[in-house]
Design a protein around this ligand. Structure first.
Ligand SMILES: Cc1ncc(COP(=O)(O)O)c(C=O)c1O
Length: 368
């Protein structure tokens, strides 16, 4: 008999035979450090995103740090960060020694408010980090225009937007650099890991030497000439093997993520109490996760959990977190909307039937 109470997770990584095969190859070669597998992964990511250069690194956070640092961000500079994002976005700027300047969001999209972004620019502003939440695009046209006018670098936080396509390009390829995450709740995982992509050779060279103890070429660990201060943010071929294996299911996953979103959108349309953010999947947007605005969010979350359905509540706005604490008054939109924001189950392992089950239970909750 089928398990009637099968848990529907918010997200679930999926590991297949390809990863095992490639991992074995790396282990058999006795070369676990960053090497040919990592180079192959970087090449594949460039091909997929139509980008010139890619730099694999230990996490999405580090990709952001390297992109900012390569853009010249340092002590005394200000970096503009939307108030609604994972804290890593701001922490990467802090790690550069810069001051994080939080900007409120547009509550209709959860993306940075471009008017407020414009007003937050000072002489010290060096960069802005638009965040493509859940694979939905930040307003790049306006952001790029404002940034260009003010001589500011645009580093895209595309951690949640791998392969999401908008206005003729892949997200992460609009700014001076785009940063992706390969953590376990992303489309492609390498355990932990990240990728910086750029079309700017100078950014590429600088990011590469920064991640590699100040050496652009492969490090020997012995008589190397270190051009600059650098760090050890190298990837490993073990991780690259897993990520490359994951890429072989990419097409299927992108279809599934779009379908999850489209089914929610269709079957929850008109349900009073919940609305799903719009993602134009037909035009190439890939919703990493389906995000919704929900009345009585915490009650719904508890109800769904009692039915073996896991959602994920949104991050608290950054202005509410200790390291970046500020008054709610400065962030009326995020303060208003985030207590209602919820990610619905969005795993690549979901079936249509799972999505129907979630929709049915959401309707049961609101019709009670
Ligand atoms: C919006 C956003 N930015 C940055 C990151 C950081 O990526 P990582 O966890 O790979 O460091 C994440 C990861 O979850 C994210 O969702």
């Amino acid at each position: 008999m089928k398990n009637k109470n099968k848990k529907i997770p918010w997200w679930m990584p999926e590991i297949g035979p390809k990863e095992y095969g490639l991992l074995k190859k790396v282990l058999d070669n006795n070369f676990t450090n960053q090497g040919p597998m990592t180079e192959l992964l970087e090449k594949k990511v460039c091909e997929l995103l139509h980008a010139k250069y890619a730099v694999a690194t230990t996490s999405g956070t580090v990709a952001l740090f390297l992109a900012l640092k390569a853009a010249g961000v340092g002590k005394g500079d200000e970096v503009i960060v939307p108030d609604v994002t994972f804290i890593a976005t701001a922490n990467a700027a802090t790690l550069c020694g810069a001051k994080v300047v939080l900007v409120d969001i547009d509550s209709h999209t959860l993306m940075i408010d471009t008017e407020k972004f414009k007003r937050a620019i000072t002489k010290k502003t060096k960069a802005v980090i638009p965040v493509h939440i859940s694979g939905r695009p930040a307003p790049m046209k306006e952001i790029l225009h404002i940034a260009k006018k003010n001589g500011i670098s645009v580093v895209e936080d595309a951690a949640e937007a791998f392969m999401s396509f908008s206005d003729g390009k892949y997200l992460g390829t609009f700014g001076s650099a785009g940063c992706f995450s390969f953590s376990p709740n992303k489309t492609v995982t390498s355990g932990q890991g990240g990728m910086l992509v750029t079309n700017d050779e100078a950014i590429y060279r600088r990011a590469k030497e920064l991640k590699n103890q100040g050496v652009f070429e492969r490090l020997s660990g012995g008589d190397d000439t270190h051009e600059t201060v650098g760090f050890n943010f190298k990837f490993t071929d073990l991780q690259a093997a897993v990520a490359l294996g994951q890429l072989s299911y990419l097409k299927k996953r992108l279809v599934r993520m779009k379908r999850n979103h489209d089914l929610y959108k269709k079957h929850l349309a008109g349900v009073k109490g919940i609305s799903i953010f719009k993602s134009d999947t037909k035009k190439g947007i890939v919703p990493q996760w389906t995000d919704a605005v929900v009345e009585r969010r915490d009650e719904l979350d508890t109800y769904l959990r009692s039915k073996n359905i896991d959602c994920r509540k949104f991050w608290f706005p950054l202005h509410a977190q200790k390291p970046y604490k500020q008054s709610d008054v400065m962030f009326p939109e995020s303060a208003k909307i985030i207590p209602k924001a919820l990610w619905l189950p969005s795993a690549v392992t979901m079936t249509d039937k799972d999505v129907y089950t979630v929709c049915r239970e959401i309707k049961n909750f609101f019709n009670k």
